[in-house]
Design a protein around this ligand. Structure first.
Ligand code: NAD
Length: 287
């Protein structure tokens, strides 16, 4: 006797084809690039009940929550690319050449327009899904993200990502890939702008023997900088330049993207220069 679930299952196979078990069970997912972002993403996906494979060009230690493979797996539902942006294109090319199935998602921070141009270059569907974790608390942040942004190529593929992230307690924004890429750059630049702004004020406050915290508390009651740092309002940051793997690099990416679109990058360039001067002069930028 044919039961109703069997009929429903066959209907779903016909309708969703390859993606049947995406919506009705754990997925098979691979992560390419097992650095800070890739390992945290693999940990998240495994915590959400998916089977996870990880591939890295370098030798990496096996972890409990994913299987390290020696080359990308072909038969997967989703592949997340978490490599440095310089090699994002060659990574997509490699996956296409190898005939890797399912949805390919770029998590790397890439110049706006990259995902759309790679889609047309390689004739594949790609989504962009930026990462907002803080490096020092990467594993905590992936489980409790500040937000999820899905830059979908189309609703069908976007819904696969929605299905992955829907159980997280976080706002989920669905948009197009270029907007998604810009959100990541704008988010890091906004953070750098806040830090730089308060470093400028701090320089003057120090000269005038004024407490920067008093100024900040009264000037910005919403305490934006404290929110970014996830800690005490400003105390750690006043007089300290922004640094790390991402902010300076992403500011350069934004400046280059502005110039390549015929736009003025001088404000971003000045912030970078001011920030470098702070680094060299131990927190004091002189002209
Ligand atoms: N580190 C962060 O806090 C953070 C946060 C958000 C977004 N991002 C972005 O995510 C991307 C990855 O950053 P990350 O910090 O994880 O970098 P990472 O340097 O820590 O890791 C990148 C990994 O990719 C591997 N790799 C390089 N080329 C490869 C290839 N061709 N095939 C397979 N693996 C390859 C490297 O061996 C390395 O293990 C970048 O675009 C970065 O801007 C980083």
């Amino acid at each position: 006797m044919v039961d109703v679930f069997h009929v429903f299952g066959c209907f779903c196979w016909l309708f969703y084809g390859f993606y049947f078990h995406v919506f009705f069970g754990g997925m098979i997912i691979q992560v390419i690039g097992l650095g800070v972002v890739g390992k945290a993403q693999a940990f998240l996906l495994s915590s959400l009940g998916h089977k996870v494979y990880g591939y890295d060009i370098a030798k990496v230690k096996a972890e409990r929550y994913f299987d390290v493979v020696q080359s990308p797996v072909k038969d997967v539902d989703v592949t997340f690319i978490c490599v440095p942006e310089k090699v994002a294109e060659e990574t997509v090319a490699g996956l296409v050449d190898a005939g890797v199935g399912g949805l390919i998602v770029i998590k790397s921070t890439v110049p706006p327009g990259t995902t759309v141009s790679l889609m047309s270059k390689f004739g594949v569907h790609l989504c962009h899904n930026p990462e907002f974790l803080r490096e020092k608390v990467a594993f905590d942040d992936v489980l409790k993200p500040s937000r999820v942004v899905i830059g979908q190529c189309c609703a069908r593929h976007g819904s696969v990502l929605l299905e992955i992230y829907r159980s997280l307690q976080a706002p989920i924004y669905v948009t197009d890939p270029t907007t998604s890429e810009m959100v990541k750059l704008a988010s890091n630049t906004l953070r750098a702008v806040n830090i730089t702004f308060w470093n400028i004020i701090h320089g003057l406050a120090t000269e005038l023997l004024v407490d920067t915290r008093d100024v900040a508390d009264m000037a910005d009651p919403v305490k934006v900088l404290g929110e970014w740092e996830g800690g005490g309002w400003g105390v750690k940051m006043f007089g300290r330049p922004y640094d790390g793997k991402c902010l300076p690099k992403d500011m350069n990416m934004l400046a280059e993207t502005l110039r390549s679109n015929g736009l003025d990058s001088s404000v971003i360039d000045s912030m970078q220069k001011f920030n470098e001067a702070l680094k060299l002069n131990n927190g004091k930028a002189s002209p």
